[in-house]
Structures are given as C-alpha cells and as structure tokens.
Design a protein around this ligand. Structure first.
Ligand code: BGC
Length: 742
C-alpha cells in the first residue's frame, strides 16, 4: 500500500498546533497556511468545523484595519490564486476566496468526525517548513466503539504549481464498522462575507469531478480532483448546491487500514501560461497516476530544498530566533510567485482576507530586500508588477487631477486606487516614490542596469511628472508637499512629511541621473520619443529635486516628522494606554489621535534606516530617543525598524525586546496575530533585523560591495547568511569579531 515518504519530524522546522480550541483554531489556520506561489490554502481541517458555516454572508464595511474587529468564528477556509479577483460593493476589487479543494469528511454510522465534538486523543498537527507539508494525526474514538487512527498529509506542489496532493490514511486500532467518506471540492465559501461567484458549475467525467466558476471580477477558475484508493471501494459522485464529492464506504476491522490519495488541479484564465485553461487543467491532472505519486512529492521537495539553500539563515546559539526566521522565510517563499509579473505579495501573504489581497509599499520596502538577496528573479517580478500596472497608476493620477503616474496606496491587479478609506487613499502618496527607491535597490544589488532602460525609466519618468504636478510653492519659493500622510498613519494630513519629501527628492534625483546615464550610453533617444520627454520635463524634474523643502541637514538634532510637528498635542500615554497588550488606537478616539503626537509607526526613523549615510550617529541616537517613546507600534511594520536602529546604536537590550516583539506578531499564541493572515511585511522585517540590524550588512543602496559590521546578541555565536550579489550566490559567516565569505 503506497504512502508518501514523509520527513521525520524536526522541531526546528515544524510549527505545531497544540490541539483544537475554538478560540485559537482560526489562528492556526492562518499560521499553517500552505502555498506554492501560484495558490495558497489556509491550514483548515479537511472536514471543517461543524458549527461554522463557511458561506455565511455579512457586510464588511470599510474601516481602519488596525482597529477593525473581524468576524469571530473558529474556522475560516481560505483558498487563493493571486490575480483572481472580484468586485465588492464597498471594498472595491478584492482577492476571491475560492472553493476549498482539500475538503474531505468522514462518518461512522451517524457520527461525523468533528474536531469540536468528536472524542479525539493523541492529537498532533504541524507544518513542516522544509517542504511546506501539513501533517495531522489523531485517534478518533467513535461512539460505535470503532477506534480509528487518522493520519493526514498534504502539500501544494512547488514543482507543478497547478497541482495539490493529499493523503489520508485510516487505521482501525480496535473494533469493527463502516467508515463513510466524502471527498471533493466545496464552493460554499465567501470572501469577507461576500459572494463573488457567478455561474458555479459542477461536472464529472469518468476519472474526475470539477468545479468551474466565474467571479464577478471577470475571472474564470477551474478546479478538478480525482482519488486513488488503496482498496477497491465503490465510489459515487454526489453533489448538492455548493459541493461536489466522491462518496464511498469502507468496512474496517482491527488492524486494517485504508488510504485515500487525492490529486487536485487548479487553473485560472489569468495564469501566466496563457492558452486554454481547460486543456491545461486536464493535462496536469491526467499526468498524475497512482504509480508516480512519489515522483511528484520528490520533485516538490527538490524545489523547496533549492529555495532553502538560497535563503536559509542559521543562527548558532539561538534556536528560537532561527526557527522564527525560518517561519518568516517559509511564508515569504511560499507567498511569492516568481514566475508571474502580474501579481505581487499581498499584505496578509495570501493567508487571509483582512487586507482584501491588496499590495502596499510593504512589498518594496519590507519584503524586497529579502528577494533581492535570495531570489533576484522573484525580486524582478515584484517590480515588474508595478511596471505592468503603470497604466492603472496613470489613470489613478488622472482621477486625482494630476499628470504622470500615481501608484495607489492599496493596489489590486489594475494599479488603480482600491483603498476604501479616504485618509490613506488620498494622502499616503509616498508609495509612488518608494517604488523608485526599490528599483534602485534591486539594480544596485543585482547589477541589472538593463532593468532601468527597459522598464524602470518608464516608472521614473511618469512618477516624476506626477510629483512635479503635485508640489506647490511656498513663500520662500521652495516646493512643498501639502496634505500628506507619511508612513505614520496617525497624522493624516500634514505638510512636508520629512520621509515623503526626502523620498520624492531621491526619486527625482534618481530619474535625472538615470536619464543622464542612458544619454551617455546612447540609449536615450528611443526612450525620449517613446515617453515624449521634453526639455521642460527635464528642467522641472531637476528644479523640484533641487528645491523641494528638506528641513534638516547633518547638524539638525531632531528631524521634524512634518511642519509644525511640535504643535501637535502631547499625550499622557500612561493615563490613556491602560493595557499595552492592545493597540493604543483602541484607547483613544480617532479625532484625538489625529491631533496628537502619537505615532502609529516609524516615520523619521524609517527614513534614517533607508538613507543611513545621510545621518550622523548622534542623529540616530537623538531621533530614536525622541520618537520611540511617542511611537505606539500599532502597525506591525514598526517594531523591526526600531529593532534595527536599536541594534545599530548599541542599545542591545532594547534591540532584543524588539526582536521578541517582531517574532510575537504572528508567532505568539496569545496574540493570535495570524488569524486573518500572516503579517508578511513583518516577515521581511525580521529578515532585515537579523541581516541589517544584528549582522550589520551594508550592500546595494549603501555600498558597492557586501560588508558586515556585526553587533550580535550575547548568545549568538555565529550567523550564516546566504546572499545573492550581482548574480552570484555567496554565503557569509558572521561572528562577534567580523565576517568571512565562504
Ligand atoms: C500600516 C501600513 C501598511 C499596511 C499593510 C498598516 O497598518 O500602517 O504601513 O502598509 O498596514 O501592511
């Protein structure tokens, strides 16, 4: 009887779920999300949780996501193919939660297997991050007296990204009886309580059953499944309104066992492969035979192994941090589809619907450094996503009444603004300049200067045109950016946010210098006529870059976050913020918050981290000391930035506190941060904290070679970091005395 040759469990690599609990079950579903870049499935039980209706409809209204209370339920199925979207009445374009193809349920007589109600013992469940497989084992003591050992194993193939596999092995430990099963695809799901499906159609042929559907966003999806059974058991196809299944019954006696293998193929009309979706689906599914199941698993494992070879960081002396970093790395690796330039990585890492599957600056600033140095092709495609949505960004600028291109604060697949809350949508414009920063970071670390000529320059020129139109002139003749929200979202409409102005200056200077370089290489003429670049454009780019208001230099002690920052009200945090385990924003009205000096996240410090050479050590210290006490870290992006700076200025204990905070954001079982998805920007943040903070790496934006100035925590004896630099894979060994290239 064939079963997959599963890895032996290794604690360093396995994330465990301690057992069903209605309060934590949804958290583990998010935490144990599986994926292969192309598709993602939350770690839900195959049989669901009986008391939860997955197709319940409700209104999710636009709200501040930091403070929003999500629907309380102990299970939320989530199956996502990035790029497959639907239209929501208030939330605009969102990713669609697709049918749950891992669905499989069991019953003995009238008793359904259910983690909440059944008599379960010896429960064990874990995600093995080495190869992204999910394992569940337990004993089901049925009311009939039949005692069954249930063993589940599943993976989404990284080698054949349209295929998923599962194995369920049932062994009768004692007793005798009939076990009935239903295994199929369940389309009874909703996205944020909304039904995006149109035309759901169930079909069957001699070997498989299928669900095809259209979303109200215009996408088509096809999912098919077939089973291989260890014994000749008769099956039938049964469907109801929302689900199509194979059903069957197996008589089991003590010592007997039965194995069900399930293969799923999923394809969508927006796939990069193009061509006929049905034909691709059929050929993928039919190539899988009972005899070659093992080969599919081997091929899948091999891809994961290569990915880990390029990305695994080892921390000798601190297994806890190493494991947390593996967790972050695992989710970054599975969330990225390095073959698809039409999608990026959504803020919840395709592990939940809190951010509707939207793309933020998180990709460019928090995640991109990881990909630049571990998978440049993946990094390139993340930037290509912005290039491919430039037309949408141009429409977006037009909609706001400006020239050029304005990237949306929240992007879906088109590049138009999708953020439903005006404060962010209208004012959080720094993302448009962040993208230019990210392009240069990629180019400097990879040496791929052709990227500028072929794609980057279009983004630079169009966004430069937007900035030229977006600035105003003050009485001193300086260019100012009025009514702006910086990275700190607790001050929504400020003038001359230091971060934004500096980033815009950088973007304009970069645009001008890239044009000069292209001219020198004789490559500018074609670009000039294609983008219709005039002398006036060039003058305006230079003029705004040279004269945009930058209110600090190397002598400024405290860099003001924005004009008049000191005038915002001071707050007595100890009086207001009664429970520090909850967000500060929960203890203050938005109105009061918006007129006070309470920061949601790093803002000036973020700028200093991205342009470290422009500031003195004393400026780092003074600004850290000024801003940290008034920063609430209500955003998950904040802790890592503070941790990096604390490590650099030698505040070792504080840096360790931030490290714990960063790790806890998703991994603390008390906080349950992963319920609505993984904080994937923070995953990139943890990587940066180890690499840029403790190991002190300088590269790319800040150095023409890779160097390290380590400030390792006391118990870290050695850190081993793989770094891709200009196309070469290098491995650095860092210890307290320095670093060595291996
Ligand atoms: C943060 C933003 C971030 C977004 C998505 C917000 O809470 O303030 O900086 O881009 O979440 O992660």
């Amino acid at each position: 009887m064939f079963t997959f040759d599963i890895n032996e469990k290794d604690d360093l690599w396995c994330i465990e779920d301690p057992g069903f609990n209605e309060d934590s079950s949804k958290y583990y579903e998010g935490l144990l999300t599986q994926g292969n870049g192309y598709m993602h499935v939350r770690g839900s039980f195959e049989e669901g949780v009986r008391s939860v209706k997955q197709d319940e409809e409700y209104d999710r209204k636009p709200a501040n996501v930091t403070l929003e209370k999500h629907k309380k339920q102990s299970s939320k199925w989530g199956t996502y193919i990035p790029g497959v979207v639907g239209k929501h009445p208030y939330l605009f374009t969102e990713i669609v939660n697709l049918p749950f193809f891992m669905a499989a349920s069991f019953a003995v007589k009238d008793e359904d297997l259910d983690m909440e109600e059944s008599d379960i013992s010896e429960y064990e469940r874990y995600l093995d991050m080495r190869d992204g497989t999910l394992v569940r084992r337990f004993v089901w003591n049925t009311k009939e007296g039949l005692k069954l050992k249930m063993e589940y194993f599943r993976f989404l193939s990284f080698a054949d990204k349209h295929l998923a596999f599962s194995e369920i092995k049932i062994t009768a430990l004692s007793g005798e009886g009939d076990l009935s099963f239903r295994s199929g695809i369940d389309a009874g799901v909703r996205t944020n309580g909304f039904n995006h499906f149109e035309n759901v159609l169930f079909t069957e042929d001699s070997d498989s059953i299928s669900v095809s559907l259209k979303t109200n966003g215009g996408n088509s999806v096809l999912m098919s499944t077939k089973l291989f059974l260890s014994d000749a058991v008769e099956t039938a196809v049964m469907q109801d309104l929302s689900r199509i299944n194979y059903i069957g019954r197996k008589h089991l006696k003590t010592g007997e066992c039965f194995v069900i293998h399930k293969v799923v193929a999923a394809n969508a009309d927006c796939d990069v492969e193009g061509g006929n979706m049905e034909a691709r689906n059929v050929s993928g599914l039919y190539a899988v035979k009972k005899e070659n199941l093992a080969d599919y698993y081997e091929a899948h494992k091999k891809v994961w192994k290569n990915k880990w070879d390029d990305a695994e960081i080892k921390i000798v002396g601190d297994e806890k941090t190493e494991k947390a970093l593996k967790f972050s790395t695992y989710h970054l690796l599975r969330a990225d589809n390095d073959e698809n330039p039409n999608v990026a990585i959504c803020a919840k890492g395709y592990a939940g619907e809190a951010y509707c599957g939207r793309y933020f600056w998180d990709t460019e600033i928090n995640m991109l450094p990881f990909f630049i140095h571990t998978n440049p092709q993946g990094a390139k495609n993340l930037l290509m996503f912005r290039y491919n949505t430039l037309a949408g960004a141009k429409r977006n600028a037009r909609a706001y009444g400006y020239k050029g291109a304005r990237f949306p604060w929240e992007s879906s697949v088109s590049g138009e603004e999708e953020c439903a809350c005006w404060q962010y949508a209208d004012h959080e414009i720094h993302v448009t300049a962040d993208i230019v920063y990210a392009i240069m970071h990629y180019v400097k670390a990879t040496g791929d200067r052709d990227f500028i000529k072929n794609y980057g320059i279009d983004i630079m020129v169009e966004t430069a045109r937007y900035w030229v139109d977006r600035v105003d002139k003050d009485m001193k003749g300086r260019y100012v950016l009025l009514s702006v929200m910086g990275p700190d979202e607790y001050l929504p409409m400020t003038n001359n946010n230091a971060y934004t102005n500096h980033m815009v200056k950088f973007a304009l200077d970069t645009t001008v210098s890239c044009i000069e370089e292209l001219k020198e290489k004789g490559e500018f003429d074609e670009i000039k006529s294609r983008l219709n670049i005039t002398d006036e454009d060039m003058e305006a780019f230079k003029d705004v870059a040279a004269n945009i208001k930058i209110s600090f230099n190397k002598d400024t002690e405290i860099i003001l976050q924005c004009d008049g920052f000191y005038d915002f009200a001071d707050l007595d945090f100890s009086r207001i913020w009664k429970d520090r385990s909850r967000c500060f924003g929960e203890f203050i009205s938005q109105e009061k918050n918006y007129r006070s000096k309470a920061l949601k996240q790093a803002d000036v410090l973020e700028m200093m981290m991205l342009f470290p050479d422009e500031f003195t050590r004393q400026q780092f210290i003074s600004n850290y000391d000024y801003y940290e006490p008034i920063t609430t870290h209500d955003s998950s992006l904040s802790a890592a930035v503070h941790g990096i700076i604390a490590a650099r200025i030698g505040r070792d204990d504080v840096a360790m506190d931030f490290l714990k905070r960063v790790i806890d954001i998703d991994l603390s079982a008390d906080k349950k941060g992963a319920e609505e998805g993984i904080h994937i920007a923070n995953c990139g943040g943890l990587w940066q904290m180890v690499v840029y903070g403790f190991a002190g790496m300088k590269s790319g934006m800040w150095s023409d070679e890779v160097t390290f100035a380590p400030n390792l925590p006391e118990k870290w004896q050695q850190v081993i970091i793989p770094i891709n630099w200009h196309g070469e894979k290098k491995r650095y060994v860092i210890d307290k005395n320095g670093f060595e290239l291996r």
